[in-house]
Design a protein around this ligand. Structure first.
Ligand code: ACM
Length: 690
């Protein structure tokens, strides 16, 4: 029995290995594509990008066709990347024939952007030409996204890497949620993030449009909502339509969310009479957290109000799904209201869950009238919730749940579901922690049950991000999450992911994502336009506090606080962290001179940070706030460097280092970062002290 098991395990690991190889995961293949395709074969020669590069799209295309516009963007991106002056800046000009074109695009039909369309494509790149074949125009556009990422330098010129790719997505729902309530995100911010989504083949934009901190859409029928609860920061209906069109042009569905009955402060700021606490007035929330203001599900007028609102809002969004939120309603105002308690008794509603289900079912009927299906966060999954509801699984260990618990419960109970637990990018966790999470849980499910798992969504909650910093919080980590949603399950090599992520980050910048630009700007601002060299060294080894510890109690930062601080310039994956980790590991293993030399050079740089910052601090108050931390970091680097050069560390130096590593900054200065290399410093110090 035991032997058989061993053989079976061996057999499967062999299959997995050979599959990984077929999928071309070996480093030597050097393709930086993300998400990784279903099947890829690398060829000896690629297609040289010269000024004769041209595109011919087969079929009945006009300048307003989705694929035509995508091809124009492709040419702009490719020429911007390579500096090549092409003679033909547009596809299908009179000068271009199928025979003369460098790239021929074939597809069978223009798709309607909706769930479950065919997104597959084939891409063939060789020295004599490039072909994209797809069933739909959206599949063909995925082919263009892949092709763009295949630009590389060969023999001193740019070319598209030679490949045969056959590709299709693993999941139909590959989403990014943007919260525009906590911090409003202007149209151009949303648009450039839609461009980035298209680059990495994400296809659902979930737009969290209302919460305690603001209601963000113009409503003609209920203007009080945006007049009283948006601080003047909202999308006009024309802007909403523009964004929906922009997304559609990129094959991306748009799912609006109006969060009810909880997270309702903005609603109730405009319409206090629909609240659950009698005589209460409300004002837009400035802090973060879970608040009590909740719509009153026992008030028929609330449904009339929501009917009017949903009728108007659903008309703006063509997708069949409408997200009603439904999360984090503790129902405290329900408990405190005798009329609501009486209503529950009369209607035989045992608890707040049943009352919320009563509410949800009424909402579902309203949405049905307008041709919409209801989706909501997992709290909506109560006993009597109709099976047509789509369950958005999000809770995990922080909320006292097992990750994916509600996902499994949903599919076993007959609901379709998507996963966001594991993809909360606002937690500021390393990309690796998200990348290893799979929407398909490691439990036994029937085919029918697993088919109900549609995919997942990364969630960009916006308590601590602004239009300035949001790109750097979403990207590049979400590219790795996009790979999890698109690529075969066995594509999970971390080294390969990191290497390709670095390259996809360059393409993200090419198409307009500003994560790297903004970091440079933030450091200039912090230095008050002095030398930023030392700040850059420090940013490269520091990470913002994780898992909401940055915003203690939700009141450390208000929506109007500055988010241009040192912590905002730091990212979830400090740039030097992997390099330092590898060098320390290798040095501990073999004590080679090369690793030692590189480590000494890094430590010398870190040791000099304090002095450099001190020299600019008197003219830069924001640098003054960073100084105590910089001093600690430089002391850690100096002590460790000394130990490394001498080949040993005294017991007292080790203790000194441990003390320094364990210290925390004064919370009053809101530095909110930690040294990302701490564990490796400790490992190295302990080794040197032996
Ligand atoms: C949520 O994070 N409250 C859905």
């Amino acid at each position: 029995m035991f032997k058989k098991l061993v053989i079976t395990v061996l057999f499967f690991s062999l299959i997995l290995n050979s599959e990984a190889q077929e999928n071309g995961m070996q480093e030597d293949k050097q393709i930086s594509l993300m998400p990784w395709p279903e099947k890829v074969e690398v060829k000896a020669s690629g297609f040289k990008i010269g000024n004769d590069f041209s595109i011919y799209i087969h079929g009945d295309v006009s300048e307003t066709s989705r694929i035509y516009k995508a091809a124009v963007r492709f040419i702009r991106n490719a020429t911007d990347k390579t500096g090549v002056f092409v003679a033909e800046g547009f596809p299908n000009t009179d000068n271009i024939t199928s025979e003369s074109a460098s790239l021929n695009i074939h597809f069978d039909q223009e798709a309607k952007v909706e769930q479950g369309i065919d997104e597959s494509y084939k891409l063939s790149v060789g020295s004599d030409g490039i072909e994209i074949h797809a069933v739909t125009d959206i599949g063909a556009m995925h082919g263009l996204s892949s092709l763009l990422q295949l630009i590389e330098v060969q023999g001193g010129h740019y070319e598209f890497k030679g490949v045969e790719i056959q590709d299709s997505p693993r999941f139909v729902w590959r989403g990014l949620m943007m919260d525009v309530s906590r911090h409003f995100m202007p149209v151009e911010v949303v648009k450039r993030n839609l461009d980035a989504m298209a680059l990495v083949k994400l296809n659902v934009f979930h737009w969290h449009l209302s919460d305690d901190q603001g209601f963000r859409i113009e409503t003609k029928t209920l203007p009080e909502l945006y007049e009283k609860a948006s601080d003047g920061l909202y999308y006009t209906q024309e802007e909403i339509r523009d964004i929906v069109r922009y997304a559609d042009d990129r094959g991306i569905r748009v799912i609006p969310e109006l969060d009810v009955p909880g997270h309702g402060t903005a609603f109730l700021t405009a319409f206090p009479e629909f609240g659950s606490k009698e005589g209460m007035t409300y004002s837009v929330e400035r802090n973060s957290g879970i608040f009590d203001p909740t719509l009153d599900p026992t008030n028929e007028k609330v449904y009339e109000f929501l009917d009017i609102l949903f009728k108007e809002v659903t008309a703006l969004f063509p997708d069949v799904y409408f997200h009603i939120g439904g999360d984090e309603n503790a129902g405290r105002h329900w408990d405190e209201n005798p009329k609501i308690q009486q209503f529950m008794k009369e209607n035989n509603l045992k608890d707040n869950h049943e009352l919320q289900t009563y509410f949800n079912i009424k909402l579902q009927k309203i949405l049905e009238k307008y041709g919409k299906s209801l989706m909501g966060w997992e709290e909506i999954m109560t006993e009597n919730m109709p099976k047509t509801a789509l369950i958005h699984s999000w809770r995990g260990v922080n909320e006292g749940m097992q990750p994916g618990e509600s996902l499994v419960k949903a599919v076993k109970n007959g609901y379709q579901t998507i996963l966001s637990n594991g993809y909360y990018i606002d937690l500021m966790l390393s990309v690796e922690e998200h990348y290893v999470v799979d929407p398909m849980p490691a439990v036994e499910l029937t085919k029918e049950q697993s088919d109900r798992i549609l995919g997942g969504e990364a969630t960009m909650w916006a308590e601590l991000v602004t239009p300035l910093t949001v790109d750097s919080r979403i990207w590049p980590r979400t590219a790795a999450i996009a790979e999890r949603f698109w690529s075969p399950q066995e594509v999970r090599d971390l080294e390969s992911m990191h290497n390709r992520l670095e390259v996809v980050n360059q393409y993200l910048e090419l198409i307009g994502i500003r994560n790297q630009q903004v970091q440079a700007y933030l450091l200039r601002n912090i230095s008050n336009y002095q030398d930023t060299h030392a700040l850059r060294q420090l940013v490269n080894i520091s990470e913002p506090f994780e898992i909401y510890s940055r915003n203690d109690g939700g009141t450390q930062y208000q929506t109007y606080s500055p988010f241009t601080l040192f912590a905002d310039a730091c990212t979830a994956d400090a740039k030097d962290k992997r390099r330092f980790n590898k060098l320390v590991t290798k040095y501990i293993e073999i004590q080679d001179a090369a690793s030692k030399e590189k480590l000494v050079s890094m430590l010398e740089r870190y040791a000099s940070i304090e002095g450099s910052l001190e020299s600019i601090a008197s003219d830069a108050p924001l640098v003054g706030r960073v100084l105590p931390y910089a001093k600690r970091v430089s002391n850690i680097a100096t002590l460790t460097g000394k130990g490394l050069e001498e080949g040993m560390l005294s017991a007292s130096d080790l203790e000194g280092l441990k003390t320094l590593l364990g210290q925390k900054e004064d919370p009053a200065i809101n530095l909110d970062v930690e040294l990302a290399l701490s564990e490796d410093f400790q490992r190295l110090a302990e080794f040197l002290a032996k």
